[in-house]
Design a protein around this ligand. Structure first.
Ligand code: 0A1
Ligand code: ZN
Length: 884
């Protein structure tokens, strides 16, 4: 076969933080007119431009970003420019020799219906939506599309009145009218200056649910949630969450909403979760719509968090935005921290922290330990869309939390006030934020800044020595951080260690350090590679309870099983009580995995069983906590702790452990299952959620211990048709089996929920995550299912990414078929939506942690992707970084 010449794609230029330069021109106002038409929307923009003295070159040309735009006309101060007066390139428009202030008019045509990237203005279900973060506005009109250009926007939307009765944008509607040809228009004005990435418009045949919120200072805010017809009975929860978030931000941070209108619109085709556009948040339907029969309790919680997150961005993101995209964590880390605090305050604080930490470890620690590791503030990127990562979001939130732990809650709150007072209506940097915290506390953050600039998860170990005669306890802590790409050497971090000393009776022991005697939790700072802390007046040899409430994003090692069992039973810190039991289980299971690899059989550790029995003792008093304590560490947690990951051994041991516990405690699981039956109320309050979580945990163990009994109960649970939480767990358990009940239940589920896209996503996801032996063949078949649509990100994620992320057993099948599946799907998706396709590369990120045969197969899959001629720059960047 003849060799085809391979076109070498031009490398995408790297953007560097060190190269930051203020924009040459500022935009005071931008007035937009949209003539909305799916195939050809005309966008006219009028920009009031002014040279920016801070740029430094008073003769610099105007550089406007633009992508996939057809230019019809351009004029300066009302005079049309001929083609010689500007340069039009693939990336935008350059105009030289402009006066210091002028008005620029552009007229472009775009194709929203052909926009499968879902960035810029696009059509979903026949309606119009926008997504402009990070660089989508340039796909709407020519503009300096960078967050440090903040302008006052107006938008006039013109559309066919019958097809697009709802016309929304940022701010307030100030005028509207009808035209003779069946067209109508609405003009929106946003009084707040904002960067282009916060622009939004929605136009379509949507129905809305309205409510209002009275702010602390007594202003009335009109709230609206816009959804497709038929979904209006699924927005009550989102509205409750929105009002709760608005109140919480007033009470906790003194932050009031600043417009008269707050709207949310839901869209079924969306690249991410949701978007904080000023006054008009746009949400993935998956994060708005909920009814007890269609959404699980986990969905309800997630919706609550994301509604809060986007609302909180109004201050941390919109009022104070980012100077450049390197500062992304300035808004994201801080806003995740705020939504975590909201979650802790409005639900159970310990459980909420446990879930957040599990998420951090599952995604961020994994990222930080492999080829995609990058600092919370990355120094360089090719495609910014690839940096909406767990590190920028979740680790960024931990960094904010550590600041609060170090300076204390009162100083932190003062620092927030200073941050807003100093940076309101500006595009700020991480230094501005940390500077405000310094001003509030006097704390010197110089060394602390390493958390923003050094990647990698510090490993912390400890050793304690007790001198009974001197009543002195010496705790020695050590930290070390492994090299990450581009950073071979790591300097020590400032690590806040919240700790307590537990005495032989399980109670917190008093101890004196730095002249201060504390009996409960105190914070010490580990700032060096190794450091000793001496406590005096300590009455007995303590067990140190370290990193209470997970006070720093580190990996801690050093506890033995006896210490863990003691802490699991007695630690006064709710998080560490769970953590100790979890770590105990991890250690026991890792040992069982090693035994399995040697060919030995599985024996159930008494402590592992007794801890589950103890959890059942708490079932009536604290059902949600009991459910959490009944669980076992997941496959990815165990993988994370192995030198060479063995997915088959992990699966074998987890299956054996569940079976052994299910067998040993079968009668108790059955009894509690019987006591937690549906009580006729559809409430999503903590007690009901806890009851359902407990019931589902019991069902899983019943199934593991006695498959026939489990199948019968699962079938009955589905037939009872109570809540999605109960139906879906029962279905997922059946889908893990090969019993005939599986296909019957799947078919019935599909028939029952046909037409409800979010539930059909679940139908795909539970099959993608199945451990049943025929999973690979079945997911191949699902790509040909009439409901599979590669252009819909939710559907793609529920099949391909659910498989890659959440099905270690079959993704890592020794045949390599799982890798091949994800590689093929990535290449197909890359043709329609590069930002969604690029994400899929993350599932290969830890390829070097597997055995040589699997490594070869994963490397080959990556090489096939990289070799594709027409690969997008997004997917290329990710594949190349992973392959490295
Ligand atoms: N700022 C949003 C996240 C977001 C980022 C990019 C998007 O499109 C590619 C969409 C949303 C948030 O933090 O919620
Ligand atoms: Zn965010």
């Amino acid at each position: 076969m003849a060799e085809r010449p391979v076109a070498i794609p031009a490398p995408v230029a790297e953007h560097r933080l060190a190269d930051y330069r203020p924009p040459a021109f500022l935009v005071d106002t931008v007035d937009l007119i949209f003539d909305l038409d799916p195939k050809a929307t005309r966008v006219r923009a009028t920009l009031a431009l002014r040279r920016n003295p801070a740029h430094g070159d008073a003769a610099a040309p105007l550089v406007l970003d633009g992508e996939d735009l057809t230019l019809n006309a351009v004029a300066v101060d009302g005079v049309a420019l001929d083609a010689a007066a500007y340069r039009l390139g693939e990336h935008g428009l350059v105009i030289a020799d402009l006066p210091d202030a002028c008005t620029l008019d552009t007229d472009v045509t775009i194709d929203p219906a052909g926009n499968t990237q879902l960035s810029g203005l696009y059509v979903s279900g026949g309606d119009f939506f926008t997504q402009c973060e990070a660089e989508g506005f340039r796909r709407i009109t020519f503009f300096p599309d960078r967050p440090d250009v903040m302008a006052r926007f107006s938008a006039t939307l013109v559309a066919d009145e019958a097809r697009y009765p709802v016309l929304l944008s940022n701010g307030n509607p100030v005028d509207r009218g009808a035209m003779p040809d069946g067209q109508a228009w609405v003009k929106w004005v946003d009084p707040h200056p904002k960067p282009s990435y916060l622009f939004a418009l929605v136009a379509g045949m949507l129905v809305s649910v309205h409510d209002e919120f009275i702010t602390a200072s007594g202003r009335t805010v009109a709230l609206g949630i816009y959804v497709r017809q038929g979904d209006e009975d699924k927005v009550d929860h989102a509205m409750v969450c929105l009002k709760r978030s608005m109140r919480w931000d007033e009470e906790v941070f003194g932050l009031e909403y600043d417009l008269d209108i707050f709207n949310i619109a839901a869209v079924g085709d969306f690249n991410a979760g949701a978007m904080e556009n000023k006054g008009l948040n746009i949400f993935n339907t998956a994060l708005v719509l909920a009814r007890p029969d269609t959404a699980t309790d986990a969905d309800y919680l997630r919706i609550d968090r994301v509604i809060a997150h986007e609302y909180f961005h109004n201050w941390t993101g919109d009022r104070v935005t980012c100077r450049d995209w390197f500062q992304l964590s300035l808004k994201e880390g801080l806003t995740v921290f705020r939504d975590q605090e909201y979650g802790a305050d409005t639900t159970d604080a310990s459980l909420s922290r446990i879930e957040d930490v599990l998420r951090l470890r599952g995604f961020q620690f994994r990222e930080d330990g492999g080829p995609l590791a990058h600092p919370v503030r990355p120094p360089a990127y090719r495609k910014i869309d690839n940096f909406y990562t767990a590190t920028v979001y979740e680790k960024g939130a931990e960094v904010v939390r550590m600041i609060r732990t170090i300076i204390g809650a009162d100083a932190f709150r003062r620092g927030m006030d200073i941050y807003f007072a100093t940076n309101d209506n500006t595009a700020a940097t991480i230094e501005d934020f940390v500077g405000a915290m310094h001003e509030a506390s006097g704390y010197d953050f110089t060394q602390f800044m390493r958390w923003y600039d050094q990647a990698g998860t510090p490993a912390v170990s400890f050793a304690g020595a007790y001198d009974a005669e001197a009543r002195r306890y010496t705790l020695t802590l050590r930290q070390a951080t492994a090299p990450t790409p581009g950073q071979a050497e790591k300097a020590p971090f400032v690590i806040p260690v919240a700790l307590g000393l537990i005495g032989p009776d399980g109670q917190d022991l008093a101890g004196t350090i730095d002249g201060e005697t504390v009996a409960g939790t105190r914070v010490v700072l580990l700032t060096e590679a190794a450091q000793s802390f001496v406590f005096t007046d300590v009455a007995a040899a303590p067990v140190p309870s370290l990193f209470r409430n997970f006070s720093a994003p580190i990996r801690l090692s050093g506890y033995d099983r006896a210490q863990l069992a003691m802490m699991a039973a007695h630690d006064s810190d709710g998080f560490n009580r769970w953590e100790a039991g979890h770590e105990y289980a991890v250690q026991v299971l890792l040992e069982a995995i090693a035994a399995h690899q040697r060919g030995a059989g599985f024996t159930l550790d008494d402590g592992l069983r007794d801890a589950r029995a103890a959890a059942l003792d708490q079932a009536a008093a604290a059902p949600a906590l009991a459910a959490r304590l009944l669980g076992l560490p997941g496959a990815s947690t165990l993988a994370d702790r192995m030198a060479v990951v063995d997915p088959d051994a992990i699966h074998a041991v987890l299956t054996a452990a569940r079976r052994a516990i299910g067998g040993a405690l079968q009668a108790r699981f059955q009894a509690i299952y019987g006591q937690t039956a549906y009580d006729g109320a559809f409430a999503v309050d903590p007690a009901s959620v806890g009851r359902r979580a407990l019931r589902n945990a019991c069902l899983a163990y019943i199934m593991a211990g006695d498959e026939a009994a489990g199948i019968a109960l699962a079938q009955a649970q589905i037939a009872a048709d109570t809540t999605m939480t109960e139906s879906l767990t029962a279905l997922a358990l059946l889908v893990d089996t090969t019993s005939p009940a599986r296909d019957e239940a799947l078919a019935a589920f599909h028939a029952r929920f046909q037409g409800d896209a979010l539930v059909i996503d679940k139908f795909f996801a539970i099959q993608a995550m199945s451990s049943a032996p025929d999973t690979l063949a079945r997911i191949e078949a699902l790509t040909r299912h009439p409901d599979f649509d590669i252009r819909n990100p939710n559907r793609y994620r529920s099949l391909v990414l659910a498989f890659g992320y959440r099905n270690a057993l079959w993704f890592h099948d020794a045949s390599g078929a799982g890798y091949d599946f994800v590689a093929r799907m990535t290449l197909a998706a890359d043709q329609v939506n590069r930002s969604v396709a690029a994400r899929g590369m993350e599932v290969f990120a830890d390829w070097k942690r597997y055995d040589p045969a699997r490594q070869d197969k994963m490397r080959a899959a990556l090489d096939r992707i990289i070799a594709a001629n027409d690969l997008s720059p997004n997917t290329r960047e990710m594949a190349e970084r992973v392959r490295h």
